[in-house]
Design a protein around this ligand. Structure first.
Ligand code: NAD
Ligand code: KPL
Length: 305
């Protein structure tokens, strides 16, 4: 079985992972959207990773999804709303025993992907690393953060897990990856939409703590109802800690909106509201927040799902 890392999506996180794996001598191949993107990439001659103003260049081979040949190990680094369709196009190349690592934030996209490849193993990841695109094929790494990986269906650690440590990718295998993803989703729901609606950095929410706490009440109740009591425990304090620790930063959703990019609302606040409805749980504050956010995105001409 080939040990090549195929990386689907050469955006911020895809580039960060691809460059670190290639630097450690691992076999890596990028899968780009179409022939035009592939030609553009080939003209650029590779990916550039910028770390503390140190630029390194990696001429990683690339192909489009239309290429032939089996894929055994796939890192899915698209946005949550693109992941299932992108994987569906690769499904014929993903045979029995294939393993996917899903880097998407929020919840819901992991199940959508798994439906496309029922015979493959899907490892979920929750990442707090930060990277952003400076130019085409060039990504800056913020230089800190961590990755938790786990498989709700299978506790055994994948054979390739040591590759991450060898590549300097900070990671731990988690036996409670769903709890981790739910906790991050709750943090994102309590912070990100309010930063958009109040047009402020994370620290601006210190002036709206009653509103933040009321959302945390509903989010904690939702987590408990969804069988995630550990993710609910200490949520209010954790949200305030993150607001203080990232006071000068703008949330990822704020930045998406500012740059007129589609947000992942469907897999964050949208997922929380859908889960509440499925459990017959009234979440009036989260539902109102969701509606205000949808209205705000629509007014800006951005997708609201
Ligand atoms: P991004 O937009 O920078 O990159 C996504 C890439 O996927 C783009 O290059 C896009 O062209 C590509 N893509 C989409 N559909 C494709 C297809 N069918 N075939 C090939 N390529 C395709 O996104 P990102 O910031 O790297 O985020 C990826 C995921 O990681 C998101 O869910 C995000 O929330 C999560 N995340 C990102 C960061 C970060 O710092 N960037 C941190 C934590 C989590
Ligand atoms: O993850 C975040 C984001 O901006 O998406 C934090 C910093 C935790 C704010 O919710």
């Amino acid at each position: 079985m080939s040990s090549t890392w195929h990386i689907l999506g050469a955006g911020s996180l895809g580039t960060l992972w691809a460059c670190r794996l290639a630097r450690a001598g691992k076999a890596v191949r990028l899968i780009l959207r179409d022939a035009a993107r592939l030609a553009d990439y080939q003209a650029a001659g590779g990916l550039t990773l910028v770390e503390q103003d140190l630029r390194s260049h990696y001429a990683i081979p690339a192909e489009t999804c239309a290429a032939a040949g089996p894929i055994h190990r796939l890192l899915v680094a698209c946005k949550a709303y693109d992941a299932a369709l992108a994987v569906a196009r690769l499904a014929p190349r993903l045979g029995a025993g294939a393993e996917l690592v899903l880097l998407q934030n929020g919840l819901g996209s992991q199940d959508e992907v798994a439906e496309q490849v029922p015979h493959a193993r899907c490892v979920f990841a929750s990442s707090t690393e930060g990277a952003f695109r400076e130019a085409d094929w060039q990504v800056r790494f913020a230089g800190h953060g961590f990755n938790w990986l786990g498989d709700p269906a299978n506790p055994s650690v994948p054979t390739w897990f040591d590759d991450l440590q060898q590549a300097g990718i900070p990671a731990q295998w988690s036996l409670d990856i769903l709890g981790r993803l739910w906790r991050k989703l709750a943090l994102n729901c309590a912070i990100n939409p309010l930063t958009v609606l109040h047009d402020c950095p994370n620290g601006g929410l210190l002036g709206h703590l009653a509103e933040v706490n009321a959302l945390c009440d509903e989010l904690a109740e939702l987590l408990r109802r969804c069988g995630q009591p550990d993710a609910a425990s200490g949520l209010h304090e954790d949200v305030q800690r993150v607001i203080l620790a990232t006071a000068a930063n703008y949330s990822s959703m704020y930045q998406d909106v500012r740059h007129a990019r589609r947000t992942e609302i469907h897999y964050l606040l949208g997922h929380a509201c859908r889960a509440g409805r499925r459990h017959g749980l009234a979440l009036p504050k989260l539902e109102r927040l969701h509606q205000h956010l949808v209205d705000s995105l629509t007014a800006r001409g951005l997708p609201s799902a």
